[in-house]
Write a protein that binds this ligand. Structure first.
Ligand code: NI
Length: 170
């Protein structure tokens, strides 16, 4: 197992739509294990494969950050089937470290996906789980949470990141 380098805002792999996973081989299992290690080390509650530079439709979520084994979920080729309600809350991202912004997300979402053994599954996520599911699926579609910001708010965050980038701190 290994801790992988998390790509940051500005890396084009984060902006590319990821490809469906077709082969559930040893390489995929190793990638999943490495992504889980990387998420826990960050620490974070979710990680998408393109955040570690692999443009595949794969993501991991663990709201307990490794404290409770049954809370680790691996989602291969996930898609949102239904969503209900809305919640406006602060949100952050490992690819945009140290920035949090208010983003509106559904309160509940139903997702269809395959687990790491390629078994078809469906689940409803609620609250923070719904937010994490939407956030990570956005990653797989090449989107970041700051894309939901508008006007001055967005300009301000992009300027701050550009400044950090120029100073070599990004
Ligand atoms: Ni993120």
């Amino acid at each position: 197992m290994a801790i992988l380098n998390i790509r940051k805002f500005g890396d084009e792999v984060l902006r590319r739509r990821t490809d469906e996973v077709e082969t559930f081989d040893d390489e995929l299992q190793r990638l999943i294990d490495d992504m889980v290690d990387t998420m826990y080390a960050a620490p974070g509650v979710g990680l998408a494969a393109n955040q570690v530079g692999v443009s595949k439709r794969l993501m991991v979520i663990d709201l307990s950050v490794g404290k409770r084994p049954d809370e680790l979920h691996v989602f291969v080729n996930p898609e949102i089937l239904e969503s209900e309600g809305s919640v406006t809350e602060e949100e952050g991202c490992l690819s945009i470290p140290d920035f949090v912004e208010i983003v509106t997300r559904p309160e509940r979402v139903k997702v269809r996906y395959k687990d790491r053994q390629a078994v078809d599954r469906e689940m409803w996520g609620e609250g923070l789980m719904a937010r994490a599911l939407c956030h990570e699926i956005d990653h797989l579609d090449g989107m970041l949470f700051i894309d939901y910001l508008r006007g001055l708010k967005k300009e301000r965050i992009v300027k701050k990141i550009q400044k950090l980038f120029r100073s070599g701190a990004w």
